[in-house]
Design a protein around this ligand. Structure first.
Ligand code: AQP
Length: 347
């Protein structure tokens, strides 16, 4: 996957703004295989195609409560980006909170987005659960801040996991409404979601119907990028499956969500279509398949963990990289924010 050219769709950008890639990850909890396969890994080839901006979205991280070691977690995500193959000289890597345009544009866009639009966001419903009145206003407005992250750079291509598709559609609606309401056609381009790879939604190792998530109470549900080789292998061996051997059609496997998820993880790690993996392991017992999957996962994730650990021994260098990225990000976002303020009619 990482060394293949990625076909990206054309985006609606009538004003011909320069094309840019933007994406980010929150510095909350441990980065896991879902973040890697659904997002970060897919960013690597994109940075050779268009100018790319990869943000550590620390303002998003506080929507669910203040993190005690936010700065260290921010450094950890930056180290993960670099360990996974993001080149901070080629791409811009920075913490969201170091570029004030994100928060300022988010306020303007809060006045564009409609309550009815936000009420439809399924991630908010999942995260707020039954106690909607007790969660922060920030959690509710999260997708508007995400729209601001993207539009602050007039980003045209946004590689995300499938779980973020609805937020991307909202960002497109907000961009369109801003352009229409203020009569500035093409001011913001329509950002195009890039949902890439054979496994755009990695599911929990304990429940094939729930997505792999940092906030799942069970650590056995996910493979963390920081897990040791032994932990990775043990979690894969303990992953829930069913008693049947691997086989059947892709449609039949879809009715076996845990089994299908493991095949999907194998396919994504191997950089092959899932149908090929189904054919390769047809008739195999899960005990055999899990050993192969564990070896593959360790061979991909082990070197990433080692690179991350090496990078994190020099915090000052990570801070220098992030500060350099923030300065380059500001140089793009601040003029776009100034134009936005003008379009909105501020003095
Ligand atoms: N399970 C997943 N499969 C595929 N992609 C995933 N992503 C997250 N989980 C999966 C993608 O990772 C990127 C960064 O996500 P984020 O930092 O915004 O956090 P998130 O989506 O909220 O991730 P989590 O693990 O689910 O965190 P919690 O538990 O805190 O909610 C995004 O591109 C996302 O699509």
């Amino acid at each position: 996957m990482t060394d293949q050219a990625v076909q990206t769709p054309a985006t609606s950008n009538p004003a011909g703004h320069p094309e840019r890639v933007f994406s980010g990850v929150q510095p909350t909890g441990n980065l896991h295989l879902g973040n890697y396969l659904g997002a970060i890994r897919n960013w690597v080839p994109l940075q050779d195609q268009r100018p790319s901006i990869f943000c550590v979205v620390d303002l998003h991280a506080i929507t669910a409560g203040f993190e005690p070691d936010l700065a260290d977690k921010t450094r950890e995500i930056a180290a993960a980006y670099i360990a996974c193959g993001i080149d901070p000289k080629k791409s811009i890597v920075f913490p969201q909170s170091r570029v004030s345009a994100h928060a300022e544009l988010a306020w303007i866009l809060n006045c564009v987005a409609r309550i009815g639009w936000l009420d439809r966001m399924t991630q908010f419903k999942d995260k707020a659960g039954k106690h909607k009145e007790r969660v922060s206003v920030g959690l509710y407005a999260y997708p508007v801040l995400m729209a601001a992250d993207i539009l602050a750079y007039r980003a045209t291509h946004v590689p995300v996991g499938e779980d973020q598709k609805q937020h991307l559609e909202l960002a497109r609606d907000i961009a369109q409404k801003f352009n229409n309401d203020l009569n500035v056609p093409g001011f913001f381009p329509q950002p195009e979601p890039l949902i890439l790879g054979p496994t755009p939604r990695v599911m929990s190792l304990r429940d094939g119907k729930a997505k792999m998530s940092k906030s799942d109470a069970s650590d056995l549900s996910r493979i963390n990028l920081k897990d040791s080789d032994e932990e990775i292998a043990a979690k894969i061996r303990k992953a829930r499956t069913d008693p049947e051997p691997i086989g059947g059609t892709m449609e039949e496997m879809d009715a076996r969500p845990e089994a299908s998820n493991l095949l999907g993880i194998y396919a994504a790690l191997a950089g092959k279509p899932k149908a090929d993996i189904l054919e390769q392991f047809e008739g195999a017992q899960f005990s055999t398949f899990k050993n192969e999957l564990a070896d593959l996962a360790v061979s991909v994730l082990g070197p990433i963990r080692q690179r991350m650990a090496a990078l994190l021994t020099d915090k000052a260098e990570i801070d220098r990289v992030l500060e350099d990225g923030a300065a380059r990000a500001r140089a793009i976002a601040m003029p776009i924010l100034a134009e936005t303020r003008k379009a909105a009619g501020f003095l």
